[in-house]
Design a protein around this ligand. Structure first.
Ligand code: SF4
Length: 468
């Protein structure tokens, strides 16, 4: 689980949204971005096409901080894209906020990206040597320069760029009269298509963004697919052969909202199944099962149902932490986790507790949570983790520390258990996780990326990140 002040966790990079042919495009994009807020809280932006002109508004912070009613009123138009950002490549500054808008011989384009390009540095060096001048240090701008240097029409230019880039990407692009979306050839990041009525089309990182605007889910995008949406509707083309899918496992375990469906699987139900599998693999003698909010809750319900133990609300999360929250001083930092999580003492006191969390990264946060439970009088604490041990850094857009900081890369499960002061600790197995999520995919590992668990990266990594 991630905490904004101790950076001990995994963080998603971004969420993207797009809408074609709706009179309230800006407003619906705002609502869609709000539903995707969990994917990025550092900046938010929107671009609307109005009578042949692309207008962009971007700001730092949450969607509600970056954009307001007055801003939306300045954005008439029927087609729009939106973006919420968490930084993994490039600094957290307004110039890196998306959508990025540019103009070249092929016309005006705005682009928003979720993921990470593993060969961005190499491509950027090549482009700079050929005369490109970059405005930002985000890897997304590489795509715009590749398109501009091709000099081709937008669709052909994008195809040329997509063939050159490597890594994880779910892209949405807007031109004055088209919405274009593309997903990388392995489909690391989720991206889906929806519909409102007959003629309005929407795309989003997760289907939870459709619920809020009454859009019907149509389908997930295929890996290596480019979808061009214009007045005639969506047209699907391929820019790369369809490789076996490697969807990020952490989308199910932690990132995606429980009310989203990914690859035909409900995220909430997948988490419950992960909990049931954890019980099968690692039962514990205990009195109650609790989860670390939020992603641990569905998993804890699954563990409780499978074990017959009562599920309890043992911890409450304070949700009201935004960009304007006063940063904690050194003393409060030491208090750490208490500012975000509070224990329900009467539930915990004198109990043997099964504590469910989604992952252990550096180990600091779960150590603090165990301490909180002990202070509240827990008799025993049996920690169960719904991801396998993270032993490698992610190069596909999830913010993970280097291997030297990953506790599971440096220590055995027994050593970690001792370090965090748990009475027992167990992680789900890779196979158990895959079976529990239950995706129907004929690809190896049922179409999951497992690189941060076993170091088997589906693409070349170009030395991106410190992998040793
Ligand atoms: S390496 Fe891990 S976090 Fe990164 S995409 Fe693969 S499964 Fe997700």
């Amino acid at each position: 689980m991630s905490f904004w002040f101790d950076e001990d966790g995994l963080n998603e990079e971004c969420g993207v949204f797009g809408i074609f042919n709706h009179p309230d495009a800006a407003e619906l994009t705002y609502y869609g971005m709000h539903a995707l807020q969990h994917r990025g809280q550092e900046s938010a932006g929107i671009c609307v096409s109005d009578e042949g002109v692309l207008n962009v508004r971007r700001g730092m912070g949450l969607v509600t901080e970056a954009l307001n009613k007055q801003t939306l009123e300045t954005l008439p138009g029927c087609h729009a894209i939106g973006h919420v950002r968490y930084t993994t490549a490039g600094a957290s500054i307004i110039t890196n906020a998306q959508p990025l808008r540019f103009r070249y011989t092929g016309g005006q384009v705005a682009i928003a990206h979720n993921g990470n390009l593993v060969n961005a540095q190499k491509l950027r060096g090549d482009l700079e040597r050929r005369g490109s001048i970059f405005q930002t240090d985000s890897d997304t701008e590489v795509i715009s320069h590749l398109m501009a240097q091709s000099g081709l029409s937008v669709e052909k230019a994008l195809q040329t760029a997509l063939v050159a880039i490597e890594g994880a990407y779910a892209l949405v692009l807007l031109t004055p009269d088209k919405l274009i979306v593309a997903q990388d050839p392995r489909g690391f990041r989720p991206l889906c298509l929806g519909q409102i009525g007959q003629n309005c089309w929407v795309v989003a990182s997760e289907s939870c963004a459709f619920n809020v605007i009454d859009a019907e889910f149509v389908r997930d995008l295929h890996q290596g697919e480019m979808l061009v949406i214009d007045e005639q509707g969506p047209h699907s083309t391929r820019f790369a052969p369809e490789l076996p899918r490697t969807l990020c496992s952490f989308e199910y375990i932690y990132f995606a909202r429980p009310d989203s469906d990914l690859g035909g699987v409900s995220v909430h139900l997948a988490r419950k199944q992960l909990g049931a599998k954890l019980f099968q693999e690692s039962p514990a003698e205990a009195d109650i099962v609790i989860g670390v909010p939020d992603s641990g809750l569905s998993t804890a319900i699954g563990y409780a149902e499978a074990s017959g133990l009562p599920y309890e609300v043992g911890m409450i999360k304070n949700r009201y932490v935004g960009r304007t929250f006063i940063q904690p001083n050194q003393m409060m930092r030491r208090q750490g986790v208490k500012m975000k999580l509070s224990v329900v003492r009467q539930v915990i006191k004198g109990k043997r507790v099964v504590l469910i969390d989604d992952s252990i990264v550096r180990g600091n946060t779960c150590g603090r949570i165990v301490r909180l439970l002990r202070e509240a009088g827990a008799k025993e604490i049996h920690m169960r983790i719904s991801a396998p041990p993270i032993r490698h850094s992610c190069v596909y857009g999830i913010d993970t520390p280097t291997r030297s900081e990953l506790i599971a890369a440096q220590h055995s499960v027994e050593e970690i258990s001792k370090e965090i002061d748990a009475d027992s600790l167990a992680f789900i197995s890779e196979q158990g996780m895959i079976e529990a999520i239950g995706r129907e995919d004929s690809a190896p590992n049922r179409g999951h990326c497992l690189a941060c668990f076993n170091g088997s990266y589906p693409t070349p990594t170009y030395g991106f990140g410190e992998l040793q």
